[in-house]
Design a protein around this ligand. Structure first.
Ligand code: PMT
Length: 400
């Protein structure tokens, strides 16, 4: 997949820079041409001689060559590349990329680059978790850059946490996956629901749940990456969808999600219902903030919301597909099978809050897929991106 691909490898000043040598070796072995651009701080961690020997190209760091004063054109470089990979990417460089602070060759090249850009952050856990870094990363995602999430483990500071640059083999795999262009969902239209719903009690309070939208957004990215046009109907979450093939519709309540889903589903090939929809809403929404005027109880009367999955199951056409989720805490398989039938789904993805690392908010999930022929496939705990692949592999087979 990487044969003949031209890749700019941007290296910044992190201890993980030593891993850049393995990245170059891996890319070159697979037939890619690698041009290294390194920041001045990067050179403190790995020498240009090593990098140029491995890549077979002089390493670029300055705007002008020290030898003959010739100009290194970041514009030409940006146009030359099929992809740019920044690995390791420090908090400082991520910040500069997010805000266009073009004070070195790497950032100017990034700003001139027309090709897709992959960013592999590497830093200490607190720096990674800091809202500034997180906001900058979200900003890069919002620009359409691909973030290769760091892993958890022992860091240079000997602290243990998230911030360790992804391993070179996996980084190369990400590029291969991108170029492999597994386009088995091309021309397919897919509707996905994600996140929680908020059911208003009064102007300041609501009934909601812990869904972060991570699972639904991972499904949307996976479908879009494989060529589908995705309509992502999401409740209130703080995530950004990065792929240009994702059309996002923001909703708040179950009723709004129902309206959006029922109007879009008929024009699609498949729906995947990952949202954690409130089953009930307050019968009446108080127009003013409810005051605590006297001691004692107040009563909130709840009425049922529409079951979006069951409604789509009822209007599903021949050849159209519908995938649901079941979030359970007890009687998992029995409940999931009941929902599969009742909502007329093609298969259901069961996740249980009994499994640690599964369900709400976390970056991982552990799922079991149950289909109409009662074939039950259990998967181990994986990152939500990987779980999304498993779920979409099954959908792609059904749609093919
Ligand atoms: O968002 P994250 O933090 O990443 O968490 C992911 C998740 C736990 C929310 C996700 O993996 C998940 O399990 N989503 C479904 C949660 C849920 O509401 O499950 P349920 O068993 O209550 O509902 C069964 C199915 O019916 C679901 O497909 C649900 O979207 C759908 N439903 C439920 C109620 C309703 N009124 N309308 C619906 O469409």
């Amino acid at each position: 997949m990487l044969q003949g691909k031209k890749i700019i490898l941007g290296i910044t000043g992190s201890i993980a820079a030593y891993k850049a040598a393995s990245i170059i070796r891996g890319l070159v072995k697979k037939g890619a041409e690698v041009q290294v651009v390194i920041t001045p701080a990067g050179k403190e961690f790995i020498t240009p001689i090593t990098l140029s020997a491995l890549s077979n190209h002089p390493v670029i760091s300055e705007f002008f060559s020290n030898r003959d004063g010739s100009w290194h054109s970041h514009v030409d470089l940006g146009l030359w590349a099929d992809a740019m990979l920044v690995a390791p990417a420090t908090a400082a460089s991520i910040g500069k990329m997010a805000h266009g602070i073009a004070d070195n060759m790497l950032i100017t090249t990034y700003l001139s680059c027309k090709a897709p850009v992959f960013v592999a952050p590497a830093m200490d856990l607190d720096m990674f978790a800091h809202p500034t870094t997180q906001q900058n990363i979200e900003c890069l995602r919002g620009f359409g850059n691909y973030i290769i999430e760091p892993g958890e483990g022992e860091l240079a500071s000997h602290l243990i946490g998230k911030g360790r640059m992804e391993e070179p083999d996996r980084i190369i795999e990400v590029l291969e996956e991108f170029f492999s262009g597994q386009q088995d969902l091309q021309k397919k239209k897919i509707l996905i629901t994600a996140g929680p719903t908020y059911e208003k009690i009064d102007p300041v309070r609501f009934i909601g749940n812990y869904s972060s939208g991570k699972m639904g957004f991972a499904l949307a990215e996976e479908c879009a990456r494989r060529g589908a046009e995705v309509t992502l109907i999401t409740g209130p979450v703080s995530l950004s969808a990065t792929h240009p093939n994702i059309q996002r519709i923001n909703v708040e309540s179950a009723e709004e999600m129902y309206q959006a889903a029922t109007s879009h589903y008929p024009g699609t090939d498949a729906g995947i219902l990952c949202a954690a929809v409130a089953d009930y809403r307050p019968e009446q929404v108080s127009p003013e903030k409810i005051k605590r005027e006297k001691e004692g109880e107040i009563q909130l009367r709840l009425v049922p919301n529409q079951d979006i999955a069951a409604s789509l199951g009822a209007i599903k056409k021949e050849g159209q597909r519908l995938v649901g989720f079941a979030l359970e805490t007890i009687g998992e398989l029995k409940n999931a099978k009941r929902k599969l039938e009742k909502k007329n789904l093609d298969y259901i993805v069961l996740n249980s809050l009994q499994d640690s690392g599964a369900g709400f908010q976390v970056d991982t999930n552990k799922v079991t897929i149950i289909d109409r022929s009662e074939v039950i496939t259990e998967y181990p705990l994986k990152g939500k991106n990987e779980v999304a692949k498993d779920i979409i592999n099954k959908l792609a087979t059904l749609l093919s």
